[in-house]
Design a protein around this ligand. Sequence first.
Ligand code: FPP
Ligand code: MG
Length: 325
Amino acid sequence: MKEIEKIKLPIKKEIDLFEGKFSNSMNSSVPLLNRITHYVVNRKGKQMRPMFVFLTAKMLSSGKMNEKVYRAASVIELIHTASLVHDDVVDSSNVRRGFFSLNALWKNKIAVLVGDYLLSKGMLLCIENKDFDILKIISDSVKEMSQGELLQIEKSRRLDIDEKTYFEIIKKKTASLISSCCALGATSTNASQKIIDELSSFGQKIGMAFQIKDDLFDYGENKIGKPIGIDLKEKKLTLPFIYALNNSLPEKKRWLKNSIKNHNLNKKRIKEVINYVKEIGGIDYTIDKLNEFHNQALKDLEKFPKNKYRDHLKSLVDYVIDRKY
Ligand code: FPP
Ligand code: MG
């Protein structure tokens, strides 16, 4: 059994039920929309975000479930899917999860509208059930994610990113939604504001680790079956590169910046940049930061009731850091 399937075991029933509800939540009377949402549902991802919602909720309630937790998981997955559909338009990316992206198959205008549709379905699911606490948490995340993406675009145009800004970008574009997953697991089980805030902070650290790990994949660190150097090609400057920039002599700094500014489509030059970043210690430095967030998240987790759900939540956190894709 795959590691992720083992982690799912104590929430298997919930995930199975969730899949049906999630799929129904996208139903529409427009045939084109239904064809596209079918395509989306059949190419599901690892479902890590709903897993965080269910495991957090069950950890707090010692295994008791209610309908609100399912709605929270569906809302999260709707918003997450919408954000990926829009992100592939933003990044002009033709592949997602090993399949063609919606923009590759149906072009940008349809992809943008499908993303809007999914976003609205998430919002409506909250409103129709008067889940205004869920709506507040999720709307905050959508705001943060949009800001994070825009900040990233601004920085890739000017190539003037520093470490502080990098952490701000990943906190907004990725960590905010994972933080919301854990906060929603708590909100849906009527936890106190203190617990909701603590879980939100725990989720934020996991989200930071998640994106740092993703950024390491671009340097060929363990990633299975994906080309390397795509971020650099898109002028997306991540922590290994920022470290190299900060620790190089002026001449090398100019070479690094010039490589990204004027030679980002030259595969040989990008490979040279990757090798240089490795040599100067950019990967080791980034792995240290990844481990810091990992350890902080595990420490946070110790505050919560010890039960099998907490153990599986720990395994899920470890999986985020150790995953190979
Ligand atoms: C993937 O990052 C993208 C995100 C983490 C966030 C995308 C957010 C938006 C487009 C704005 C919010 C929009 C809505 C509708 C909620 P990446 O490009 O670094 O990683 P990738 O390799 O998965 O593409
Ligand atoms: Mg992208």
